[in-house]
Design a protein around this ligand. Structure first.
Ligand code: NAD
Length: 480
């Protein structure tokens, strides 16, 4: 499978495409293990050039009429939809997700441009009387300045637009560094933004497979005033340490260990439908993926059987095959990490219902796997698996389910299935997470605040909240 003609592979800096000072690195199709592109490898000099360009574009962009900023985003939304098939194919090729998942992602990703084209014109301030009555309190919102955006490989388009949309709407110029496994989609997004009228230098994309040096160098630059990161909690923590040096404002969307609760009165067929979405979207490689199924004892056997039937019937294949429902994992390391967690959990007493071992052949495939009798302290229950593995843990009652659900330092998404809405809402309120799907297996929505609590993150993306991450407040004390 070859790269579509015209797919950019160079750095995008100051409105021009250019080679990286460090040569190139290979991007692989995870469905076959074959190299599909040699992409520019940026050095610290390229980082300097990207920040120079962004810093030059920043003041003008910040003072453009909000409507004008919105129009560039609106046009970008339209161009993304026009190029949806091409983008979906490219994502399937570089990331391995099924075309169905990829098409869904293009729509979801484009919506961030549309949503923030609408939010660009709604940035407000306020006027209040001070409690003493001595003066008025006026507040203004202003963009932070140059923003450094770092994205993961699992949603190559959506994780980028979820940052680009609000950053550009707020008036920030950006330097985007996509993940090394999936840089191509981000480069096409740069093309789209440019075609939509983004001025030169406003959006810069640098690619590298050695992110450490490049990112540390960027964070040390005085002109970078904002960091927005999506990725693992470990890297997020390291970046917060680096950002602390210059007190760079930071938004963090990090890892999860998401619980999926099936209460004893749940509609089991609906719960299984929801579980398929929450577990199998993107082959389980989603931060919102259900990581642990906490199922009431009385329904656990039925639930496990129904889920195993559905998961076991998925068609496995290359992401770019139209019939594929479950593609490969992103790379060999990720696949081997999943296998290791499953193996350790099976040694600790978990029982394999389906799947459970790596398939031979090309590409980085791991089979749909359902485990029952899963010990509460086993690897699949305590670590983010990031693959098509469904560990089922039986629980006595709602309190027991909540105790297991909350016994983690992660707190991104939770799912609750019950026929009793009041009971469901009581459980939702007690879950220590940033988002809950109540009788729904999908929570992501560009119009909703996405983010986690505890070690799953800082701040929110999407919704009304998302643009605030790129704005700071100035207050004026005055009277008239
Ligand atoms: P990762 O942390 O390895 O990489 C994320 C980004 O950080 C990539 O761009 C990578 O190049 C960069 N990076 C890696 N090491 C770095 C370093 N030392 N210094 C600077 N940058 C570095 O994560 P990943 O494997 O790409 O993504 C999977 C993780 O992301 C999972 O934990 C998942 O839960 C999380 N995730 C979270 C969300 C969310 O919204 N909360 C969304 C998607 C993924």
């Amino acid at each position: 499978m070859t790269l579509p003609a015209g797919t950019p592979t160079q750095l995008y800096i100051g409105g021009t495409w250019r080679d990286g000072s460090q040569g190139t690195f290979d991007v692989t199709n995870p469905s076959t293990g074959e190299v599909i592109a040699a992409v520019a490898r940026a050095g610290t000099d390229d980082v300097d050039a990207a920040i120079d360009a962004a810093a030059a574009a920043q003041p003008d962009w910040a003072t453009r009429a909000p409507r004008e900023r919105g129009e560039v985003l609106r046009k970008s939304f339209e161009l993304m939809i026009e190029r949806a098939d091409e983008l979906a194919f490219l994502m399937s090729l570089e990331m391995g997700k099924s075309l169905t998942d990829a098409r869904g992602e293009v729509t979801y990703a484009a919506e961030f441009f549309r949503w923030y084209s609408e939010e660009a014109v709604r940035v407000g301030g306020e006027v209040r009387m001070s409690p003493s009555g001595a003066n008025r309190i006026l507040t203004f919102k202003k963009p932070f300045g140059v923003a450094l955006l770092l994205t993961p490989w699992n949603f190559p388009a959506a994780m980028a637009t979820r940052k680009l949309g609000p950053a550009l709407a707020a008036g920030c110029a950006v330097v985007l560094k996509p993940a090394e496994d999936t840089p191509l989609t981000a480069l096409v997004l740069a093309q789209i933004l440019s075609d939509a009228g983004a001025p030169d230098g406003l959006v810069n994309v640098i690619t590298t497979e050695r992110p450490g040096d490049v990112v540390e160098h960027a964070l040390a630059d005085d002109r970078v005033r904002k960091l927005s990161f999506t990725g693992s909690t470990g890297v997020g923590s390291l970046l917060l340490e680096q950002a602390a040096g210059r007190i760079v404002d930071s938004s963090m969307e990090l890892g999860g260990n998401d619980p999926f609760l099936v209460l004893d009165d749940a509609d089991l067929d609906a719960a299984v439908e929801g579980a398929m979405l929450a577990k199998m979207r993107n082959g389980g490689q989603a931060c919102t993926a259900a990581n642990r199924f906490l199922v009431a004892e009385s329904v656990a056997e039925d639930f496990a059987k129904k889920l195993a039937d559905k998961m076991g019937s998925l068609t496995v294949g290359a992401g770019t095959d139209e019939s594929t429902q479950l593609g490969p994992m992103i790379n060999a390391k990720q696949r081997d990490g999943i296998a290791d967690k499953v193996d350790r959990s099976v040694s600790a007493g978990a029982r394999v219902v389906i799947g459970g071992s790596v398939q031979s052949g090309d590409g980085f495939f791991y089979p749909a796997t359902v485990l029952t009798d899963v010990p509460r302290d086993s690897a699949v229950a305590t670590e983010e698996v990031f693959g098509p593995v469904a560990p089922i843990i039986t629980v006595k009652d709602d309190d027991d389910a909540l105790a297991v659900a909350n016994a983690t330092e992660m707190g991104l998404t939770g799912y609750v299935y019950t026929r009793d809405l009041a009971r469901g809402l009581r459980v939702c309120e007690k879950l220590e997470v940033g988002m809950v799907g109540l009788n729904r297996g999908l929570v992501s929505d560009p119009a909703a605040p996405f983010g986690g609590v505890k070690q799953s993150g800082l701040g929110r993306e999407g919704g009304f909240e998302g643009i605030e991450e790129y704005l700071e407040t100035t207050y004026v004390a005055t009277n008239w």
